[in-house]
Design a protein around this ligand. Structure first.
Ligand SMILES: O=c1ccn([C@@H]2O[C@H](COP(=O)(O)O)[C@@H](O)[C@H]2O)c(=O)[nH]1
Length: 290
């Protein structure tokens, strides 16, 4: 196994060499049909491998949506293992969109699954939920740091129904007065400042939808520009309405670490059109190059 740089460093290289587009791998039933593939684990594997083939040498980052493999049970996991391995062999930065979360040894087991070098489901980073408290995911933070992996903690997700909970104001804590989303951004930013970041981008990051108003969500107030840039996985571009070319305006002082994530808007191009669509979407985020 060849030695890979840490997540933040790999992200910085991907941004510089390939741009910020992250191609989602979401083999849901409708897309599989459009791609002429069966709605089975084999279909999901073939879909994922073709997306990886189209992304390799064009985009720098892919994000398999774990749920679409999990729904096929053990065979789906075998398919996902293959897609993850091919993506990593193709030198893509791989973000497993697993949205796991729990406490103690249970959350640590999730970390082992997705972030251990050499594990069957190894990715470069995973999405994780801190709904049980930021401290509950501390074991995975330690695993990620030890293995040079990344964590992307859900802060303000792209779906509008998240707003009442993620925008709720904390009453009793060291962050009283902050929104839940803002507190997560501040807490993860503090972790990120502690990670070694030779590239200027850290490895501890957050998920913030491109559809979110950062001021209303209490995130702007929580942003601290010191230290390495905070990785921000940003779904909500493309099919959900946000324009990739607008990412700097949308994210302001967080823009440096933004990963522009798109699934359906790219995948809808089908197997024959996806390579060109990736190049077209990369151009839309073109201001991000360099
Ligand atoms: O806040 C979030 C977090 C994750 N997602 C996931 O991203 C993709 C979005 O797909 P599109 O087709 O580009 O809308 C999908 O896998 C979601 O589960 C998100 O949308 N919002």
């Amino acid at each position: 196994m060849t030695e890979r740089a840490g997540f933040g460093e790999r992200l910085a290289t991907a941004f510089a060499e390939r741009g910020r587009l992250c191609v989602g791998i979401d083999p849901h039933a409708e897309l599989l049909e459009r791609w002429g593939l069966p709605d089975t684990a084999e279909g999901a594997r073939e879909f994922g491998l073709r997306v990886v083939g189209a992304a390799a040498g064009r985009a720098g980052i892919v994000k398999p949506q774990v749920a679409f493999y999990e729904r096929h049970g053990a065979a789906g996991y075998a398919a996902l293992e293959r897609v993850l391995a091919e993506a990593r062999d193709a030198q893509l930065v791989v973000i497993a969109d697993a949205k796991r979360g729990d406490i103690g040894t249970s959350v640590a087991a999730y970390g082992e699954a997705w972030l251990t070098p050499g594990s069957p489901l190894e990715a470069d980073a995973m999405t994780i939920s801190a709904y049980q408290g930021l401290g509950s995911i501390e074991p995975v933070r330690r695993q990620a740091e030890a293995a040079g992996k990344g964590l992307l903690v859900l802060a303000a997700t792209s779906n509008p129904e998240a707003r009442p909970i993620q925008g709720a104001v904390l009453q009793e804590s060291s962050r009283a007065g902050a929104t839940v989303a803002g507190a997560i951004v501040s807490g993860v930013s503090a972790w990120n400042r502690e990670t070694a970041a030779p590239s200027g981008i850290g490895s501890m990051g957050v998920v913030i939808g491109a559809t979110v108003d950062l001021v209303a969500a209490g995130i702007e107030a929580a942003t601290d520009a010191s230290g390495p840039a905070l990785p921000v996985l940003a779904p909500g571009f493309g099919h959900q309405g946000a324009e990739p070319a607008d990412f700097r305006r949308i994210f302001g002082s967080l823009a440096e670490g933004v990963i522009v994530s798109e699934s359906r808007s790219v995948l809808a191009a089908g197997p024959d059109g996806i390579a060109d669509e990736i190049l077209r979407r990369l151009d839309l985020v073109g201001a991000a190059r360099g």
